[in-house]
Design a protein around this ligand. Structure first.
Ligand code: PLP
Length: 403
């Protein structure tokens, strides 16, 4: 009934189909259950949202307690969770100040507005261009599809926002060649998530930082997907030993509740004055209380080290598969608990079919593109769950060879 009514009442932007996707009703840890009581290992993880798994008691309790106190106030008034969360984020990052919103796209919108305004104040009205990477993903609003260097997200929505240029990811020379007197910022993901799990090289990111410093340009990092412990560090830029001027968070930040954040240095934060930017729901006390519970869990001793260890374990298991079936797996890319697997020519069925077959066997994975699968398990997934997931993946891969 729900599946049929979805077609009738919801605009078809997600292309869900009753035969190929599930009606999920319940989740606990890495496991989710459909309306028929079937159990699945969730290696989609709400698209990098459920970093602590489903129904984490700390997140539930924090949100529940806050809901009982006060659920929404508007930003005309102070609320405690908002300030506590901002303090926690600042104390554990390179940022000096935070702006709260409700999603990744909104966090990037805030970053784009702030970069333009700060640089115009600092260096003149002609400073407004932002260079982003091909194959990037920054969201679905008009400004963020413009920032997203993939035409498939832009087609038919033109005219796009003026003032964007694109360069090749992991190619410093390409970025350098796009810098001109109008450039105000460079924006990039430390790991391109939607674009196929491509990890920025150290050479590239150190080079971007230097390029920005040499030319008085802001470095904006989109950590919406790869932040919040996903890569084994609290924030992915920590792998490079660099400091972004602005960075954005969302997805895992609220542990399942919608919240986004744009963080920046104190210096850059001075670009915004009262009235320049706002959000009715931004910094909602329930979402902030949940996010604070997520932060506290990630900051617990050894948590991130265990993410690194389990990430390595997962990678090794996938590498063993690749070694066993070189005709089926072409390449594996990962950092911590985000992994992408490119299928080789022998896996004739393609990524979509592998995703469907995995689902039939009780494993949720995410197909991104015709030949690539993405794995985003909870950060606290167990090694037994990794074993089971890789086991199912192997079975399905072997079957696709036969078909
Ligand atoms: C998901 C994502 C976004 C968009 O976030 P929404 O909450 O869907 O608006 C932006 N940037 C990156 C890197 C993402 O992965």
């Amino acid at each position: 009934m729900i599946k049929e009514e979805e077609k009738m009442f919801i605009i078809n932007t997600y292309n869900r189909s009753p035969e190929h996707t599930l009606l999920l009703v319940r989740g606990k840890g890495t496991l989710v259950y459909d309306d028929e009581g079937n159990e699945y290992l969730d290696f989609v993880g709400g698209l990098a949202v459920n970093a602590l798994g489903h129904s984490h008691p700390d997140v539930i309790n924090a949100a529940w307690e806050q809901m009982n106190r006060i659920m929404h106030t508007s930003n005309l008034y102070y609320t405690e969770p908002q300030v506590k969360l901002a303090k926690c984020l600042v104390e554990n990052s390179a940022a000096g100040k935070v702006f709260f919103c409700n999603s990744g796209a909104e966090a990037n919108e805030a970053a784009i507005k702030l970069a333009r305004k700060y640089m115009k104040l600092q260096a003149g009205r002609g400073k407004y261009e932002i260079i982003t990477a091909y194959n990037s993903f920054h969201g679905r609003t008009l400004a963020t599809i413009t920032a997203t260097g993939q035409q498939k997200y832009q087609h038919y929505f033109e005219p796009l926002l003026p003032g964007f240029r694109y360069a090749e990811f992991n190619n410093l020379q390409s970025f350098a060649s796009q810098v001109n007197e109008h450039t105000c910022a460079i924006m990039a993901e430390p790991v391109q998530g939607e674009g196929g799990v491509h990890v920025a090289t150290e050479e590239f990111f150190l080079g971007l930082r230097r390029l920005c410093d040499d030319n008085n340009i802001l470095l904006v990092l989109d950590e919406v997907q790869c932040g919040m412990g996903r890569t084994g560090k609290l924030f992915a830029y920590e792998h490079y030993g660099i400091t972004p001027d602005i960075f954005t968070l969302a997805k895992a930040l609220g542990g399942g509740l919608p919240i986004g954040a744009m963080l920046c240095s104190d210096r850059v934060a001075s670009g915004f004055a009262p009235g320049d930017h706002a959000s009715t729901f931004g910094g909602n006390p329930v979402a902030c209380a949940a996010a604070l519970a997520v932060m506290n869990a990630l900051l617990r001793e050894n948590f991130l080290k265990e993410v690194q260890d389990r990430g390595r374990y997962f990678r090794e298991k996938l590498e063993k598969l690749k070694a066993a079936y070189p005709g089926l797996i072409k390449e594996i890319r990962s950092r911590g608990m985000i992994a992408g697997v490119d299928l080789a020519a022998g896996a004739q069925a393609g990524a979509q079919a592998v995703q469907r077959e995995c689902l039939q066997k009780g494993l949720l994975v995410n197909c991104i593109g015709e030949r690539t699968l993405r794995f985003l398990p909870p950060l606290n997934v167990s090694s037994e769950e990794i074993d089971s997931a890789v086991g199912i993946f192997e079975e399905v891969l072997v079957e696709t060879k036969k078909n």
